[in-house]
Design a protein around this ligand. Structure first.
Ligand SMILES: O=c1[nH]c(=O)c2ncn([C@@H]3O[C@H](COP(=O)(O)OP(=O)(O)OP(=O)(O)O)[C@@H](O)[C@H]3O)c2[nH]1
Ligand SMILES: [Mg+2]
Length: 199
């Protein structure tokens, strides 16, 4: 089976990539699956694109194989786009999903239901040694709930209600999230590239 290395240590993302690529007959391997001990890449960029490129290009150089990286996050309109690129570490370096959710909910305490609009953003970067990196972006629009509900997914899924749904992302089944998510919308634009790996 063909393989692709995903430059992530986030188990939630890794699981979603495995599901997407298995539909194409490709085995998606993450940094959590390989024996090499790869140190965390510092995400010093100012945009999702810059951070996705940092992760994909550094790992591609290290391993000398094509690598896909995902930089993603939640943009909340009432918070001027925060947490944005800081989504993973919004409540501190411990990267606690629960603490991040709590911080967002407390910042939105005074914000009414109709003003709680937000979107998930996913930027994928594909780096091949000696080639120019390519980028694809995907989005998922929705609203921030008043309190967390649901057990599936990761990150802010328990407080994100996608447009057209009455449940949070964390209440949807994984295969339902994977039909509408920002990550799915970005991956859908990789069709040509995916054909290339399958050759
Ligand atoms: O509810 C969510 N559902 C999602 O589908 C989702 N996608 C991203 N996020 C949030 O954005 C951060 C990414 O930050 P990020 O791209 O730097 O990744 P990360 O640091 O977690 O892992 P890595 O891929 O960098 O190793 C994550 O930690 C989450 O807080 C999501 N939250
Ligand atoms: Mg990260």
């Amino acid at each position: 089976m063909k393989q692709i290395l995903i430059a992530t240590k986030n188990p939630g993302k890794a699981k979603e990539f495995k599901a997407f690529f298995s539909d194409y007959g490709i085995n998606a391997v993450s940094l959590l699956d390989i024996p090499e001990d790869i140190k965390d890449i510092e995400e010093t960029g100012a945009t999702f694109e810059e951070n996705a490129a940092l992760k994909a290009e550094q790992i591609a150089q290290m391993m000398q194989i094509p690598v896909l990286a995902d930089d993603s996050g939640l943009e909340i309109d009432a918070l001027n786009g925060r947490p944005g690129i800081f989504s993973a570490r919004y409540a501190g370096e411990a990267k606690s999903d629960e603490a991040n959710v709590e911080k967002v909910l407390s910042e939105l305490k005074e914000v009414s239901k109709d003003k709680r609009t937000a979107r998930f953003v996913c930027v994928l970067a594909i780096a091949k040694p000696q080639e120019e990196t390519i980028f694809r972006a995907g989005y998922c629009e929705g609203k921030i709930a008043l309190s967390p509900i649901g057990e599936n997914g990761f990150g802010y899924d328990p407080i994100f209600v996608p447009n057209g749904h009455s449940q949070t992302m964390a209440q949807l089944q994984p295969n339902e999230k994977n039909k509408i998510s920002h990550r799915k919308n970005a991956i859908d634009q990789l069709e040509e590239w995916v054909k290339d790996i399958r050759k």
